[in-house]
Design a protein around this ligand. Structure first.
Ligand code: IPE
Ligand code: IPE
Ligand code: MG
Length: 241
């Protein structure tokens, strides 16, 4: 794949983005944090369409973490309206681009209404062949791994698995992301340099990319910059090249 300046791009199969910096983006403009979240949601569409144009197979976005419940109630309440927003705002474009949407996260803390919306979006888009957009909502990597351990323990208890036969593949297959390609590139905008409990297992050999842009301002150009950087990386996976 070549970009407009004819630079060759190595296109990753699976990229993940931590949607960070909404609050600071809004504050800089003298607006409430929720305004930043509003713009942040709209930007998921922009970047999903861009990722689809670049030929990326899967895009995981971190939209609400298991730790984000600690925020003030009015902010959490606002963020809990996001699934309804996804459904209303993304429907037409995602259909046009043949985007399949899935959700990763805990299913124990969300309202029945939100679970219903997530289920409906997943069901309505499940046969699509284009980009897979994995929206991580009430997602926490440690919870995801804990749930996988619980599933395996249950199978051990039922004598379906012997403890000594537990493999890393068996763990991978019990994560929310089991149907996605291996993670190649993890992007965190907003200047923070940490993973904040996102895709810890999946990121074992992902390339990490940090930039200062706040998520609402992260554009197709910003994504292209990350892809150019990724193209230059020398991935060795522990071997020699
Ligand atoms: C990311 O933006 C959105 C969520 C975590 C839900 P933030 O709300 O964390 O914005 P900053 O980091 O405070 O600027
Ligand atoms: C990570 O951002 C979570 C999401 C973007 C959904 P945070 O803003 O919650 O992370 P910390 O608190 O800066 O680590
Ligand atoms: Mg933040």
């Amino acid at each position: 794949m070549f970009n407009k300046k004819n630079k060759e791009l190595n296109i990753p199969n699976h990229i993940a983005i931590i949607l960070d910096g909404n609050g600071r983006w809004a504050k800089k403009r003298g607006m409430p944090r929720t305004y930043g979240h509003q713009k942040g949601v709209e930007n998921i569409r922009t970047i999903a369409l861009a990722a689809s144009d670049f030929g990326i197979k899967a895009l995981s976005v971190y939209a609400f973490s298991t730790e984000n419940w600690k925020r003030p109630k009015d902010e959490v309440d606002f963020l809990m309206k996001l699934p309804a927003e996804f459904e209303k705002k993304f429907k037409d474009d995602f259909k046009k681009y043949d985007i399949k949407v899935m959700f990763s996260g805990r299913k124990t803390h969300l309202s029945d209404k939100n679970l219903e919306i997530l289920e409906r979006i997943t069901e309505n888009t499940k046969d699509r062949q284009g980009l897979i957009l994995n929206i991580c909502f009430d997602y926490g990597s440690q919870t995801e791994i804990t749930e996988a351990v619980q599933l395996i323990s249950q199978e051990v208890k039922e004598n379906k698995i012997k403890p000594e036969n537990i493999s890393k593949e068996m763990i991978t297959e019990r994560l929310y992301t089991k149907d996605l390609p291996e993670l190649d590139l993890l992007i965190r905008p907003s200047g923070e340099v940490r993973l904040s409990n996102f895709l810890l297992w999946q990121a074992a050999y992902a390339e990490l990319y940090f930039c200062d842009t706040y998520w609402p301002a992260f554009s197709k150009k910003s994504l292209e910059k990350a892809l150019l950087d990724f193209t230059k990386r020398n991935r060795r996976f522990g071997g020699l090249k």
